[in-house]
Ligand binder design. Structure first.
Ligand code: KG4
Ligand code: ZN
Length: 348
């Protein structure tokens, strides 16, 4: 696909990562992510601390991203920024900064829907880019969606989670067994050494293309309540196999639920051009399951590079490239929205 060659400064601050990127068409000139380690000790993101950390991080992160991009500031056509969904205070820091910066340079500011940006990350290099229409399984810490993508500006939500998101399920189970936040990457690492058939966590039964992950968390909790009192050393270092097997079994259950619904979506729509996006698309088990489908069922799969799976500003930048091209621009009056039900809009 021909990506218009606009140069966009992008800011992402929807949760606990402050990220700034410069993209030029599909090229990532810089993509800096300042991670906020302060939340680790609380076992989850503390919104007030996240807003304050964004405020401290945003100026240095912008300076580094601009320097790394190696361009003249005058070359920037517009500033794209995440306007939702996300944490209210975190969004306010990024959006206020983006609008002020754009206003000071007399260039447009473009509000972007975070979930749409995860999907459009597939149009950044190295590619190859997906052909339209394609299906995208977007799996993050706050959302789990199956989306039919007809164009960068026309996305149809086919299914969504009714309770926890897939990433949230990873993180909540990880917290139950004392792993640091976010627990998804750690469960993934232990899983690689474990036997996923050792413990059985059953999937959920919800209608059509929707998901539910809260039952898995409850099953994991019941398992621990039953096991730990009689065997407090179950997860000790000497019993390392138990931790690996437990993680592999939980991961297997989450991936099975995701893949069952994605397969149903392929059957229902007849679309075999398939992408995954969002933090959980970094999961090795999910990536492997997708490659198996490519082999066995001729799916044409698109798996993002790891740097574009979790939250980053380059994905916001490419959304900005597409919006700038067709003149979908924001105003100084746009207000961030913690909830954005429609993928095609960035403001309520
Ligand atoms: O998209 P993202 O960076 O932020 C949101 O928009 O929420 O996703 C973060 C989520 C977290 O729940 C994290 O545990 C999960 O992505 N995650 C993973 C892996 N890497 C990140 N989950 C499973 N396996 C991974 N390798
Ligand atoms: Zn995200």
């Amino acid at each position: 696909m021909n990506i218009p060659p606009h140069t966009i400064l992008a800011i992402e601050s929807s949760c606990d990562d402050t990220s700034v990127a410069v993209v030029q068409g599909g090229k990532v000139l810089s993509n800096i992510v300042s991670t906020q380690d302060i939340h680790n000790r609380f076992g989850g993101v503390v919104p007030e601390l996240a807003s304050r950390a964004h405020q401290s991080n945003i100026v240095p992160t912008i300076s580094i991203a601009l320097k790394d991009a190696g361009i003249d500031v005058g070359e920037i056509d517009a500033v794209a920024y995440t306007n939702g969904p996300g944490l209210s205070g975190s969004l306010l820091v990024g959006s206020s900064f983006a609008k002020s910066w754009a206003w000071s340079k007399q260039i447009p500011a473009i509000p972007v829907n975070h979930m749409r940006a995860h999907i459009l990350a597939h149009f950044l290099e190295p590619g190859p880019t997906p052909e339209f229409p394609f299906l995208c399984l977007t799996v993050s810490g706050g959302h789990t969606q199956i989306v039919r993508v007809n164009s960068p500006h026309e996305m149809v939500l086919l299914g969504t989670t009714l309770d926890d998101a897939a990433g949230e399920a990873f993180d909540k189970v990880a917290k139950l067994i004392g792993l640091d936040y976010p627990g998804g990457p750690a469960i993934d690492r232990y899983s690689l050494l474990g036997d996923s058939k050792q413990f059985v966590f059953s999937g959920s039964k919800v209608k059509y293309l929707d998901f539910s992950f809260s039952g898995l968390k409850t099953q994991a909790l019941r398992f621990l309540e039953k096991t730990m009192p009689s065997n407090p050393d179950f997860f000790s270092t000497e019993n390392g196999k138990n931790l690996n097997d437990f993680c592999a079994s939980v991961q297997h259950s989450i991936i099975s639920m995701l893949m069952d619904k994605l397969t149903l979506a392929v059957d229902e729509t007849g679309i075999k051009e398939i992408a995954i996006a969002g933090g959980v698309s970094a999961n090795s088990g999910l990536r492997y399951a997708l490659t198996e489908k490519q082999k066995d069922e001729n799916w044409v799969i698109h798996i993002p590079p790891l740097s574009l799976c979790t939250d980053n500003a380059a994905m916001v930048g490419i959304a900005g490239v597409f919006d700038f091209e067709v003149g979908v621009l924001g105003t100084l009056y746009d207000i961030p929205s913690p909830r954005l039900p429609d993928l095609n809009t960035a403001c309520l």
